[in-house]
Design a protein around this ligand. Structure first.
Ligand code: AMP
Length: 389
C-alpha cells in the first residue's frame, strides 16, 4: 500500500504510463501534457482514444508481457479503470512505481469491501446485508422492505449487475438472475433520495488533499446524463459532502483521484453509494469550469507536485454525448449557434475520437459554461438532442 513515506517526486519531463486507453486516459494526456509530462498507454484496441494522443502499446490489460513493457517505458504508472487484474497490478508494483498502490483497487473492486472501508472512514452507506441464497435474499427483503436493491459485489457498472426488488415474490428471481455471476451478492435498502451528488477528492503522494466542488448528477437509464455545478443543495450539505470525501480519501490512504458518489435525501442525509479511484465522468465539468481540471490534479497527485486550486470559475452543466446523439451533435457543431448569445452560454465540446458511435456508448461531452444553471439547461433543452429523455 502506498503511504506518505513511499512518495517520490516524478518531475516534469518524465513518462507516465496509463493502463487503459479510453477517454479518461485521453483527457489525462491532454491535461497533463502542458505540465511537460510524456505519456504511454496500454490498450488492446488500435487507435484507442488515448493512443491517438500518446504513445500506445497494443496489448491486453491482463497480458503480463505487455504490462512489463509498459513498466519498462514509464517512470510512474496509473490506471483509468478500477477492474485492473490483480496479478497485473502486483507485477506493475514490483516492476515500476505505482503510487496509487493495489490496495485501493482491491477495496473498490468489491462492493462489500468498499462499504466497510467507507464505514471505517466514519461515513454512512445505505443499510446492507450480504446474502448467499434465495432464502437469505428474502430475509433481507423482509428486513429492509420494498423496494430494495440486490447487487453483485463485483463487475457492476452503469446499473448492470443490479436488480430492484419490488415485492417479496421477486426475491427468488433476483437471486437466480444475479447469482449466475458467481460473485458475492449484497441487498441494499432503497434510499428515496432527493438528488444524487458526487465529490472528487484528490490526495497527493505526499498527503495533501483537495476536493472539487460538489456535482449534482442526473442519470438516464443508469448512465450519467447531466452534472450540474454548483449542485442545487445548501452550502452546508455541500460542505459536509466535501468533508466526507476528504475523510474517505484520507482514511483509505488514497493517492490520486477518488470519486465519491452520494445519495442526498430531502432531510439532508448523505449516503455514500460508490467510490471510483480514478477520474470520473461527473468531474469532466472541471476541465473549463475549475481553476485546475480533475485530470491535471490527478497527474499532480501521483507525481507529488503541489495540488492546484479547485475553485469554480463558472457555473456549468456537463451533458454527456452518447452514440445516438452523434449525428445531431455533428450538425450542431458545424452551424453557427445563435442561441449561445441570447442565453449567455458557452458550450465547450469534447469528443473522444471513438470510431464507432454505438448506441449508449459514451462518445463525448459538452461543458456548458453559463451565468446561471437555468440558462445552460435551457440551451440543452433547445438543442432538441436529448429531448426524448
Ligand atoms: P450503482 O451502480 O450502485 O452506482 O447504481 C446505479 C444507480 O442505481 C444509482 O445511480 C442510483 O440511481 C440507483 N441506486 C443504486 N443503489 C440504490 C439504492 N440503494 N437506493 C436507491 N437507488 C439506488
Amino acid at each position: 500500500m502506498s503511504d506518505i513515506q513511499s512518495s517520490k517526486l516524478i518531475p516534469p519531463g518524465s513518462t507516465i504510463g496509463i493502463l487503459g486507453g479510453g477517454q479518461l486516459g485521453r483527457m489525462m494526456v491532454l491535461q497533463g501534457t502542458p505540465l511537460g509530462y510524456q505519456f504511454i498507454t496500454l490498450d488492446p484496441a488500435t487507435n484507442a482514444p488515448c493512443g491517438q494522443v500518446s504513445q500506445q502499446i497494443v496489448g491486453r490489460y491482463d497480458d503480463p508481457q505487455a504490462a512489463e513493457m509498459l513498466a519498462s517505458q514509464a517512470d510512474v504508472i496509473t490506471y483509468e479503470f478500477e477492474n485492473v487484474d490483480a496479478d497485473v497490478a502486483a507485477l506493475l508494483e514490483q516492476k515500476s512505481y505505482v503510487p496509487q498502490g493495489s490496495q485501493l483497487l482491491y477495496t473498490t473492486q468489491h462492493r462489500l469491501r468498499e462499504k466497510r472501508a467507507i464505514e471505517a472512514a466514519g461515513a454512512t452507506v445505505a443499510p446492507y446485508m450480504e446474502v448467499r441464497s434465495a432464502a437469505e435474499t428474502l430475509q433481507a427483503v423482509q428486513q429492509f422492505g420494498t423496494p430494495c436493491v440486490l447487487k453483485t459485489a463485483t463487475g457492476g457498472y452503469d446499473g448492470k449487475g443490479q436488480f430492484v426488488i419490488r415485492n417479496e415474490e421477486q426475491a427468488q428471481q433476483a437471486y437466480d438472475e444475479l447469482s449466475v455471476a458467481g460473485t458475492e451478492l449484497v441487498v441494499e435498502q432503497f434510499i428515496h433520495f432527493q438528488c444524487e451528488l458526487s465529490v472528487i477528492a484528490a490526495r497527493s503522494s505526499n498527503g495533501e488533499i483537495k476536493t472539487f466542488p460538489v456535482s449534482e448528477n442526473v442519470h438516464v437509464d443508469n448512465i450519467l446524463h447531466l452534472s450540474i455545478v454548483p449542485a442545487r443543495v445548501s452550502a452546508e450539505i455541500q460542505q459536509r459532502a466535501e468533508q466526507m470525501a476528504a475523510a474517505i480519501a484520507e482514511s483509505m490512504n488514497a493517492v490520486g483521484l477518488l470519486a465519491v458518489e452520494l445519495f442526498c435525501t430531502e432531510d439532508g442525509q448523505l449516503y455514500v453509494n460508490e467510490l471510483a479511484p480514478r477520474p470520473h465522468n461527473s468531474g469532466h465539468y472541471t476541465i473549463e469550469a475549475c481553476e485546475t481540471s480533475q485530470f491535471e490534479q490527478h497527474v499532480r497527485a501521483i507525481c507529488g507536485l503541489p495540488l492546484g486550486s479547485t475553485a469554480l470559475r463558472s457555473p456549468v452543466v456537463m451533458v454527456n454525448i452518447l452514440g445516438e446523439h452523434i449525428p445531431a451533435i455533428t450538425e450542431k457543431m458545424i452551424q453557427v449557434d445563435l442561441s449561445t448569445t441570447s442565453l449567455h452560454v458557452n458550450p465547450k465540446y469534447h469528443l473522444y475520437g471513438k470510431e464507432e458511435a454505438k448506441h449508449k456508448r459514451k462518445m463525448g461531452h459538452i461543458n456548458v459554461l453559463c451565468h446561471n444553471i437555468e440558462d445552460a439547461l435551457a440551451w440543452i433543452d433547445q438543442t432538441n438532442i436529448w429531448r426524448h429523455e
